[in-house]
Design a protein around this ligand. Structure first.
Ligand code: FAD
Length: 378
């Protein structure tokens, strides 16, 4: 019998396990981690922002204090201080977690596929190889109901392909990254490119869309090639690695699929910020909240989902879904009218109502009012 079982050793599961490992309250507890994968591949690059120093600084590949937002002829310079925008490789995080969690005497890590979880006290986890009992279960699988659709929630996809590129000569500015570049669009949709330079000759360049449907694999490559040539003016590059991803951008109420000692976490728990697709830092913050809740005998998911920010996200997604071609202008407005510090605080669910209002009134009002009325009617 385990005190805690964590299904999924991804961003959410590992942040949670690491937060437990760090806290003496969990030193004598029995913790189980189950993942179907070995977690020995670099399957993603994570970027996030935070103020100054952070927990994963020893792992980061690069960080930036300056960025740019491009649309039309405009280059909006973003001075991030006191924030830094940071990037780390998934594999470095998995390796660090394995090494650190290996020090916890009561922690067991198994590679098995979870099939079902039976509610009860204790909960029972059925896997491809056997069964486990636990007092609390933290599950990073996405609830099946999310894929059933047929409800009124918005489901957009953030989908992208990235190339790690090398140039023969110095080209990139290692101190400045591109947050969003809307100078090259896929069929007028909300689509952009971002550039994360490692040094003068190496960068990760990703073409990203916020749309309801995916595009063909070759289309991402065409857009990346065009970006290199038409926007950056780079004819000779070497692609050393690629990465692809699909992140749900949705107001689906994942938290309704948690109950009692069973908590959905990560993407499956609604820990991805619906309007931005970011979640690495949310996983770190929410893992800390879960740990505090457990220590204080509160429901494990208490205080994680904010109704106010869920409403803002929901309205934003509705507008983006219905008027996808207006996305570039909406983001442009947001970056032109607000400081990057205000934008980061807003995306971190950390702004007060007067600060929210300052950001909201900057947007064209009619589409958001329509979205609000639909929400009320629905
Ligand atoms: C390529 C890519 C790049 C991204 N970049 C960023 C970024 O830069 N910044 C950011 O904030 N967010 C980013 N995201 C979004 C988000 O941070 C990640 O998707 C994050 O990994 C979500 O955490 P998670 O724990 O929910 O899922 P995951 O990290 O995917 O972990 C889920 C784990 O559960 C395991 N699992 C699933 N089903 C089962 C089962 N039945 N039995 C056992 N194990 C199971 C999987 O093997 C996996 O290890 C990115 C996502 C992708 C895909």
């Amino acid at each position: 019998m385990f005190d805690y079982a964590i299904i999924g050793a991804g961003a959410a599961g590992l942040h949670l396990a690491l937060a437990m490992q760090k806290d003496p309250f969990f030193a004598q507890k029995k913790i189980l981690i189950i993942d179907k994968d070995a977690k020995d591949q670099n399957d993603r690059t994570w970027c996030y922002w935070e103020k100054g120093e952070g927990l994963w600084d020893a792992l980061i590949l690069n960080s930036w204090s300056e960025g740019s937002f491009y649309r039309g002829g405009e280059d909006i310079r973003l001075k991030l201080s006191p924030y830094l925008y940071k990037m780390l490789r998934g594999l470095d995080f998995y390796r660090y977690a394995k090494q650190t969690l290996g020090k916890h005497a009561g922690l067991v890590w198994v590679q098995e596929e979870v099939l079902t979880v039976e509610q009860g006290s204790p909960l029972q986890i059925n896997t491809s190889k056997g069964q486990y009992l636990a007092q609390y279960v933290f599950d990073s699988r996405i609830p099946e109901q999310f894929f059933a659709k047929g409800d009124s929630y918005t489901r957009l996809l953030q989908h992208f392909k990235g190339w790690w590129v090398k140039t023969p000569d110095d080209f990139f500015e290692p101190g400045r990254f591109t947050m969003m570049d809307y100078r090259l669009l896929w069929n007028g949709s909300t689509s952009f490119t971002y550039v994360l330079p490692l040094n003068r000759r190496e960068a990760l360049v990703e073409f990203t869309l916020f749309t309801p449907e995916l595009i063909e694999e070759t289309d991402y490559d065409t857009m990346l090639q065009r970006y290199m040539e038409e926007i950056l003016g780079l004819k000779h590059i070497e692609v050393t690695e690629t990465e692809k991803g699909i992140i749900p951008m949705t107001d689906f109420p994942f938290e309704r699929y948690s109950s009692g000692h069973y908590l959905r976490i990560g993407t499956g728990g609604g820990w991805v910020k619906p309007s931005s697709g970011y979640s690495f830092k949310n996983c770190e913050k929410n893992a800390r909240k879960v740990v505090q809740n457990l220590k204080n005998s509160r429901p494990p998911g208490q205080g994680i989902i904010s109704a106010k920010f869920r409403l803002f996200d929901s309205l934003f997604l509705d507008v983006l879904n219905r008027r996808n071609e207006e996305g570039p202008a909406l983001f442009h407005t947001m970056y032109r009218k607000n400081s990057i510090q205000q934008i980061f605080a807003f995306l971190d669910d950390e702004t007060t109502i007067p600060q929210d209002l300052r950001i909201i009134v900057g947007f064209p009002q009619a589409p958001f009012l329509g979205a609000l009325l639909r929400k009320i009617a629905g």
